[in-house]
Write a protein that binds this ligand. Structure first.
Ligand SMILES: Nc1ncnc2c1ncn2[C@@H]1O[C@H](COP(=O)(O)OP(=O)(O)O)[C@@H](O)[C@H]1O
Ligand SMILES: N[C@@H](CCC(=O)OP(=O)(O)O)C(=O)O
Length: 371
């Protein structure tokens, strides 16, 4: 399994808050320099590396002399604005020592949910890689609010892996990998060396964040592995404090937890649909429509019993069964008010009901991804 890492051409490396800021004690410049050195060595072997780095809030808190993480959004955003300067400066210094240029990319969930902005982000990242520049990516904490947040950078790392069609997502953290339970709480927990990214048992083993400065914990890392697997990217969760961790991983050494992607990645457009963290509305389906979706058919208006939310044509909406389970999501061909008017009615009636027909299907199967 691990041999796939040796042949990885494009890697996303995510470094978490605890590592970057040495448990909140300010930016760990020595650690940043070590990762820059290893990334330079990977580039010299012809591999492309994109870095997803946390640490803006923690670094900002230190610069502002705050000892505890504030809970008010505007204070967190102010800290991120201050800290991101330090983060960018530190990476610039570290990479320049190894003759590499780096670039700051700050993303929000909306940048990836909007198809045009998503394609723009993708083309900028690929241009940077062609230029031999290392993108250093973080969430744009200064402008996001709770409802539109990635929140943790594990999720962002997985979305970047999908966006760039990377071969591997390497999540570096303060533990040696995924254990059977949180090792801070259960000293008898053992390391999972290898497994399938979509093995449901891993979520049950993984807990929340280890320190007050980190956000996600192990649960978001396990979910990130599952998400990255949709584009065919394998994930490794390993200790960022292990000497030469990146170089040893790509040399095939069995460090950390290797979570392998399955065999059939989703097509790029379907990944983009699957990666939406917030949806514009919900359609509740009857049994016939549920069955049709499972058989790979398009969704027709006749199978919709209820329409929730306000959305325009082209929005991404959830399809749920009567019990509320998400079955699929897709790009809808009609607005919420139009959909309410044609729900429970056959496609042949759409013209009489609306005065026009955009498409006979409510959601075409090519624009739909099953949950
Ligand atoms: N099953 C598990 N295996 C390993 N670590 C776990 C597990 N469950 C919870 N954790 C916690 O997750 C922490 C790592 O995640 P987090 O604190 O978010 O760090 P980061 O800033 O690197 O994202 C560990 O320090 C550990 O306490
Ligand atoms: N975007 C935030 C990082 C969020 C965060 O802490 O994420 P993680 O390192 O995944 O626990 C920052 O730069 O402070």
């Amino acid at each position: 399994m691990r041999s796939r890492l040796q042949s990885a051409r494009r890697l996303i490396v995510k470094v978490g808050s605890a590592l970057v800021t040495n448990n909140g004690a300010g930016l760990d410049l020595g650690a940043l320099q070590e990762w820059a050195r290893q990334i330079a060595a990977l580039r010299a072997e012809g591999r492309e590396v994109l870095l997803v780095s946390s640490g803006a809030i923690a670094a900002g808190m230190q610069r502002l002399g705050w000892s505890t993480r504030p809970s008010a959004m505007h204070e967190l955003q102010a800290a991120a604005a201050v800290g991101q300067m330090g983060l960018a400066q530190a990476y610039e210094g570290a990479f320049s020592q190894y003759g590499l240029a780096c670039a700051q990319i700050l993303l929000t969930h909306e940048d990836l949910a909007d198809r045009t902005r998503y394609l723009n982000a993708r083309s900028t990242l690929s241009t940077l890689m062609e230029l031999g520049v290392v993108p250093v990516i973080n969430e744009n904490d200064t402008v996001v609010y709770d409802e539109i947040k990635f929140g943790d950078n594990d999720t962002l790392g997985a979305l970047v892996a999908n966006l760039t069609e990377a071969d591997c997502l390497v999540i570096l953290t303060d533990q040696s990998g995924l254990y059977t339970a949180d090792p801070r709480k259960d000293p008898s927990a053992t390391l999972i060396s290898e497994g399938d990214a979509d093995d449901g048992r891993f979520e049950a083993m993984a807990g929340g964040a280890g320190t007050g400065i980190s956000r996600g914990g192990m649960i978001t890392k396990v979910r990130a592995a599952k998400r990255a697997a949709r584009s065919g990217a394998d994930t490794v969760i390993a200790s960022g404090r292990e000497p030469d961790v990146l170089l040893r991983l790509v040399a095939g050494e069995a460090l950390g937890s290797f979570l392998k992607a399955g065999n059939s990645p989703l097509a790029a457009r379907k990944q983009w649909l699957a990666d939406h963290l917030q949806l514009a509305g919900t359609l509740v389906l009857d049994e016939g429509a549920v069955k049709a979706l499972h058989e790979g058919k398009s969704l027709l208006s006749i199978g919709v019993t209820e329409v929730q939310g306000q959305f325009e044509r082209g929005a991404v909406v959830a399809c749920r069964d009567a019990a509320g389970r998400e079955l699929a999501r897709g790009l809808i061909n009609y607005s919420a008010s139009e959909t309410r008017r044609i729900a429970r009615r056959p496609s042949a009636d759409i013209e009489a009901l609306l005065g026009y027909v955009d498409e006979p299907e409510l959601i075409h199967r090519d624009n739909m991804v099953l949950a």
